[in-house]
Design a protein around this ligand. Structure first.
Ligand code: ZN
Length: 382
């Protein structure tokens, strides 16, 4: 019976320079191990992105436990600031270093090792274990998990529940499970007036007072005070820009952008309508044109606390002695796509060094994460 060392597998994955959208050999490493253990593997590549679908057990299994993760990593950034080779997988004093060490090659390796042990030791009779691993989570995420889910739908592949293995713990192993995420929306405003001499403002139409009023209005508005499982929604003005270097010129146009992180009191559509109303009001008050362009990166979502979060929390508690909190904090993740298919929660390592130089993970945490994932699998099918 083959056993996979999750630390060695993490190191093997780190050595694959899989900066989005390069596969870097990482999915090939996983495919080799999973196929040898009896998983049916399919590469679901789309556009420039490689993805891997692997299933152990029957397609029409009564219950299938899904795992979603990614092998792509963000660029190394300032190479000179690294004290190790970002793709060297160096190990010092019980710590493994490299790009992807926490986000999230270790999470993928821990689940692969746990899943292979599980099907070898206690194969579930009516069950299936599915891995949907993408090579594009850190990039545009258009041909990644979405492509996998599209393909699964076409092929009649189904996950009953799904665990996303992103780092979720702020400081200590076991602290936090994510049961949802806030939504995110970017709005771009362009206010257009008439350019002119600053000494003759009546011959120009300054776009700036309208922009300043509008931004003040948006920034000082309280969207809500939070909800049962979500923090209050936030709005940040991230740029106001004319590009005007002259002090004697009223500029013709001014651009701004705001980012809104929103809870379940709102939707992308309701916020867009509100932004449009505010833009129209400022436009009417100042007699300038205001164009609004909105991109919704993701709606807010949540898997209500229940069977799945209880199962994950109990396994975390049993292996770490820590009772995890259920949170919806942080940025977006691919769970926003999975939620349309099945209940989804996220649990993984401490995320302190993700996307940083000298990204690192204590080796003991990878071993512990494998034990937690293994316990989740056996308890789910018990
Ligand atoms: Zn990640």
């Amino acid at each position: 019976m083959v056993q996979i060392d999750p630390v060695e597998l993490t190191a093997d994955l780190i050595r694959c320079a899989s900066v989005t959208p390069d596969e870097g050999g990482a999915l090939a490493v996983l495919e080799r191990h999973l196929a040898a253990a009896g998983f049916a593997c399919t590469r679901v590549d789309r556009g420039k992105v490689s993805n891997l679908f692997a299933r152990w057990g029957a397609k029409a299994a009564l219950r299938s436990f899904g795992f979603n993760g990614h092998t792509d990593v963000v660029p190394v950034g300032a190479l000179d600031d690294w004290s190790v080779d970002p793709f060297g997988a160096e190990q010092k004093d019980g710590v493994l270093y490299g790009r992807g060490a926490t986000d999230m090659k270790s999470g993928v390796a821990a689940f692969v090792a746990a899943a292979i042990d599980f099907i070898n030791q206690t194969p579930p009779e009516e069950g299936a274990v599915i891995l949907a691993i993408t090579g594009d989570e850190e990039g545009p995420a258009i041909d990644g998990t979405v492509a996998l889910l599209d393909w699964m739908q076409r092929e009649g592949e189904q996950m009953s529940v799904c665990l996303v293995g992103e780092p979720t713990c702020p400081d200590h192993m076991g602290e936090m499970i994510k049961i949802g995420r806030r939504g995110s929306l970017n709005a771009h405003f362009t206010v257009t007036g008439v350019q002119g001499h600053a000494a003759y403002p009546h011959r120009a139409k300054n776009p700036l007072p309208a922009m300043v009023r509008l931004m003040d209005h948006l920034a000082s508005h309280s969207l809500d005070t939070g909800s049962d499982h979500f923090d209050a929604s936030t709005l940040a003005v991230v740029t106001v820009d004319t590009g005007n270097l002259a002090t004697n010129v009223i500029p013709a146009a001014c651009r701004s952008a705001v980012n809104i992180r929103f809870n379940d009191h709102h939707s992308g559509a309701s916020l867009t309508a509100w932004l449009q109303t505010e833009a129209d009001r400022a436009s009417a008050a100042f007699g300038v044109e205001i164009a609004l362009q909105v991109t919704v990166s993701g709606e807010s979502f949540m898997t209500a606390p229940g069977l799945l979060s209880d199962l994950v929390a109990a396994s975390v508690q049993a292996e770490t002695g820590v009772s995890p909190t259920l949170s919806t904090s942080g940025g977006t993740s691919d769970a926003r796509f999975v939620k349309a298919h099945c209940p989804v929660v996220e649990f993984g390592l401490v995320g302190k060094t993700m996307h940083k130089v000298d990204e690192q993970v204590p080796v003991a945490d990878i071993v512990q994460l494998k034990a937690i994932y293994g316990r989740i699998l056996s308890d789910y099918f018990a």
